[in-house]
Unconditional design. Sequence first.
Length: 314
Amino acid sequence: MNITQMEYLVEIVQSNFNITVASQKLYVSQSAISQFVKSFEDNYEVDLFVRRKGKIVALTPSGQKIYQSALMVLDEYYKLENTLKDESSQQKGTIKIGMHPTILRLFFTKFIPRFIMDNPDAYIEIVEAGTLELREMLIDQTIHAAILAEPAALRSEDFEEYQLMRTEIVAFMDPNHPLSKKRLIKWSDLNDYPFATYNEKDKVYHLVNEKLESKKAKENLLFTSASWDYMIESVVDNKHISILPTIYFRQFISRVEHIGVVEKRFEDPISYIPVLARPKKKVYAPVESFVFDSILENFHFDDHTLKYDFLEDL
């Protein structure tokens, strides 16, 4: 008995055994329904209906059992259909996500191409900018979500945030730099050496300045840039230092070693914790939820612990 036959049977019963009414509701001919009844009873050698003067008027005991079973099967079938439709719809559409170019390069090189190939109807548009710029875009709702840095200073009643990793701001320098021999460096050590960091459009710039002020250290800023790669490579064979978030996770150690620089922690480090943020809504577009949840899964293990935890890796 297939789904169509079950639908015929159920509709006959729900139409009070009126073949004409059932055929109209099913958009089929009366002969199609009559043929179903005859062929089913002949093939399975079971009477579905009680007949009076050639007309069906009720279900037989066997027919009642088959009818109840058909109701349950159709209910599960319709649930499955709805699930398939929901899954299909949530993977269609476009979502705009803002992130710093460094985050994009280091953590999304494989994720985004694979995601789009696996879900061709769900398109991710990446907006690259500093974290402070992205915060304003998120507030203005010109993007759906953004990767920011704690504290993002978003109203908790209006936005939700999820940690993606735990890291801290460190100093990158040439292997022959005088400070490279120290296990940990002090912020006051920067008094004697110029440094580079992200520009004013990024949270790191302000976190570093606040730390220097609190330590009464000299603000010996040499230059700013939006390019992590450039600032890292610029310290090779130079005396200046680049102050940036660490990428010294196990999977990225080779990157730093390949460039030929060393990374030193501060005695009193600045925490740098990227978060995935979005406005709170009563209802999200299916594609928003699908992409948002997929990104969170990319940064967390099955037990919801972080995949990238600098403090855990120490």
